[in-house]
Design a binder for this molecule. Structure first.
Ligand code: SF4
Ligand code: SF4
Length: 390
């Protein structure tokens, strides 16, 4: 029996789909240069891929055909040598498939395996976000802005080859940096991409994460009904009725909070979230009307509070708000809770103003979204410069 290698690539649906496909395909091609057979595949057939919702691709490689066949007899790997997280905000966990709650980003990483994250953050920050594991693992950061584009657009900022260079460094048994560079050139890519792969390989640093390090919280989970417990026939219950809201200061009730999906929370599906300046809101209702996920709770005084259990971070509310800087999308890396902004504002308006300013100013870079055709191409030189400076 030979050796089986498994790599998972966790990415933001649609925005990073092509990037993930490039990486998983290249892993197989680079390993193939060394005579190792492999296969790459996406894992979303049971959960349609949507904007920003975490999704996965896998690359499975073996030292021989029989071992590969044996490995592929499973639906998907139960553990991986390397897990790649293409957006650092997913260090909080992923809820890509609604049947088990929140999955820690490092869940499949085998003991002493490696989690590779594309991020501008320092290891300590990312370790604090990742849930604790019982066994140690290594964290490697490919320094730079997480790369986002769209379904039909690929932002060729070398993130793909930089991640591949990192894999060659942490798992040289899978493929060497020389095989990787040769594969890049044979694939007809710009020779600069081979240089980027080498630079990433040379500069990569890893830290060991011990079992007592990381987020101590138990990831949110729930039990699904067993088939023996289900009712006869098919019936889809309608959404339960909503209810009024209570002002945390005066106790006054009013407004409306819709009832929401009791199991599928979208905490981890966002890569950015809206923050609202309630002092400048003119109560025009546009954010509430236009939000595709019905996120906004209507407060007793007629303000609109984006509920973080529902928000997927699409940015529509920011785009439709007619008041300048009233709604601002902020990178999700800046938040460690999902508390109601309106409640914070009601309890301490001055403190909320300081909080709001700090969140916006300390995270000026949007995670995704472009405002005109060609904007991504304009961002590539900036991303390459950031990569060169790592
Ligand atoms: S970003 Fe705004 S519009 Fe989009 S889901 Fe969240 S609250 Fe709704
Ligand atoms: S769109 Fe802006 S101004 Fe209008 S209700 Fe929403 S936050 Fe207030």
């Amino acid at each position: 029996m030979g050796r089986l290698f498994a790599v998972e690539i966790v990415y933001r649906g649609i925005f990073q789909k092509t990037l993930a496909k490039h990486i998983s395909r290249a892993i197989v091609l680079a390993a193939h240069r060394e005579g190792k057979p492999g296969i790459s595949f996406g894992r979303y057939g049971d959960s349609p891929e949507r904007n920003g919702i975490p999704a996965k691709a896998f690359a499975i490689v073996a030292t021989d055909d029989i071992t590969l066949e044996e490995g592929m007899a499973k639906y998907e790997p139960k553990e991986v040598d390397v897990s790649i997280n293409l957006d650092d905000t997913m260090c909080k966990g992923v809820e890509s498939w609604a049947w088990y709650g929140l999955q820690p980003i490092n869940k499949l990483v085998k003991p002493n395996g490696t989690l590779i994250v594309t991020s501008r953050e320092e290891p300590e920050k990312l370790i604090d976000m990742c849930h604790r594991k019982e066994t140690p693992y290594k964290l490697a950061i490919v320094k730079g802005i997480p790369s986002f584009s769209g379904l039909w657009v690929f932002k060729d900022d070398h993130t793909d080859v930089r991640v591949l260079g990192a894999i060659a460094r942490v798992l040289p048994e899978l493929f060497s940096i020389e095989s990787l560079k040769q594969m890049i050139l044979d694939d007809g890519e710009n020779p600069l991409k081979a240089t980027s792969a080498q630079r990433s390989y040379d500069r990569l640093q890893t830290v060991t994460v011990k079992p007592n390090q990381g987020n101590p919280e138990k990831p949110y989970e729930f039990e699904l009904l067993k088939w023996t417990e289900m009712r006869d026939g098919i019936s889809i219950p309608s959404i339960a009725q909503g209810h009024t809201m209570t002002d945390p200061v005066t106790g006054k009730t009013g407004g409306f909070q819709p009832e929401r999906n009791a199991t599928f929370k979208k905490f981890s599906t966002r890569t950015m979230r809206p923050v609202v300046n309630f002092d400048t809101c003119i109560k025009c209702t546009l954010c509430w009307l236009q939000c595709p996920d019905s996120c906004f709770d209507v407060t007793p005084e007629g303000l609109y509070d984006a509920n973080m259990a529902s928000c997927c971070g699409c940015g529509v509310c920011e785009a439709v708000c007619p008041v300048p800087n009233c709604v601002t999308m902020v990178n999700e890396i800046g938040f460690s809770d999902n508390d109601s902004q309106w409640e914070m504002w009601r309890k301490d308006k001055e403190g909320y103003g300081t909080w709001l300013k700090d969140k916006i100013e300390s995270h000026p870079v949007r995670s995704h979204g472009f405002r005109y055709r060609g904007q991504y191409e304009e961002q590539v030189p900036e991303a390459l410069a950031a990569a060169e400076g790592d």
